[in-house]
Write a protein that binds this ligand. Structure first.
Ligand SMILES: Nc1ncnc2c1ncn2[C@@H]1O[C@H](COP(=O)(O)OP(=O)(O)O)[C@@H](O)[C@H]1O
Ligand SMILES: [Mg+2]
Length: 305
């Protein structure tokens, strides 16, 4: 199987992403290029909906690599993240051996219950295995949701890309996976973990890039509508909101307006669809109160690019 080569330059990295309709600014392309080139994990931090997870999706598609995703949550432990023994099958095996009168079978039992065929491989172990198409993309998503002991474990694993299974020995990656970690920054992730990685803060895009993204990902919206959507969303982000809309929300909003058969934003359309954009009652309430002023600002403001 021929491998798709990693991009040879920053521009090539940007083009690779653009080929999958992911429009990155230069800073992101630089850090991603370096992460691939130097074989270092990439730590992406930023608000929800700014395109962190999508970097891993797009990279796996563009490079033709398998995507292995570990979604983090409170209480995530080694048995869900790395491996687990299939206890039920082990017990069955023991029962079968016990039923046999053959002493050799019984003797072989202890070694055989820890046979690799009883091992359930979870994402981190899968990511260390060889893959014909090249090292997979390992997405460790929303690490800020996991607890600190898990972070410490991860730190060790990312240091030498190996895990030890007491009953079997050490599993080591011949070629390290491409690792992307994301955090929504609901808490600070430990410095030590960040230091293992290349770090990038993913902010909201400027209006020109967001327009390009909406045009690429929601082509059903006309250019005029896309412009209005982007202007309005960018205005909202300047306000003090409990949760500002991300790129994901801009795209959803464009699709929602089109789905209603509308071609432009009016006070009524915005009012009816605001729940696609804002998910907190306080935000909805505040914005609804100022809708006429916001609409005026939207129509009077150019897009700057
Ligand atoms: N730079 C971008 N180019 C194209 N689409 C983007 C970009 N950033 C975000 N998106 C879109 O926004 C959606 C949400 O992004 P996602 O990666 O889930 O956000 P996060 O993980 O930061 O919460 C993606 O599915 C994608 O469609
Ligand atoms: Mg995400």
């Amino acid at each position: 199987m021929t491998r798709i080569a990693a991009p040879a330059s920053v521009d090539a990295t940007r083009a690779l992403l653009a080929g999958e309709h992911y429009l990155a600014d230069r800073n992101l392309a630089v850090v991603l290029f370096l992460s691939l080139k130097l074989g270092r994990p990439l730590f992406l931090e930023g608000d929800a909906g700014v395109g962190k997870t999508e970097v891993a999706n797009v990279l796996s598609r563009a490079l033709g690599r398998r995507l292995i995703r570990l979604q983090c949550y409170e209480g995530l432990d080694v048995s869900s993240a790395v491996y687990e023994w299939n206890y039920l099958r082990q017990v069955l095996e023991v029962r079968l051996a016990e039923a046999s009168n053959d002493t050799d079978t019984r003797a072989a039992l202890t070694s055989e219950v820890f046979d690799p065929r009883f091992l359930i491989k979870r994402p981190l172990l899968q990511a260390l295995e060889p893959h014909a198409e090249g090292p997979p993309v390992l997405l460790i998503d929303e690490i800020d949701r996991a607890d600190e002991p898990f972070e410490a474990f991860l730190l060790e694993m990312l240091a030498d890309f190996q895990v030890s299974i007491p009953e079997l020995g050490t599993v080591r990656a011949l070629e390290p996976p491409i690792v992307i970690l994301t955090s929504n920054r609901t808490r600070e992730v430990h410095d030590a973990l960040k230091r293992r990685c290349l770090y990038h803060w993913l902010g909201y895009p400027d209006a020109a890039r967001e327009l390009a993204i909406v045009r690429a990902r929601a082509p059903e919206a006309s250019e005029a509508l896309a412009r209005e959507i982007v202007r309005f969303v960018q205005l909202l982000r300047e306000r003090k909101l409990f949760k500002a809309p991300g790129i994901a929300e801009s795209l959803e909003w464009a699709r929602a307006v089109v789905a209603l058969g509308e071609h432009a934003l009016s006070v009524t359309v915005v009012d009816e669809t605001l729940g696609v954009l804002l998910k907190y009652e306080e935000d909805l309430h505040g914005v609804r109160n100022e809708l006429p002023a916001l609409m005026t600002a939207m129509t009077s403001q150019g897009l700057g690019a």
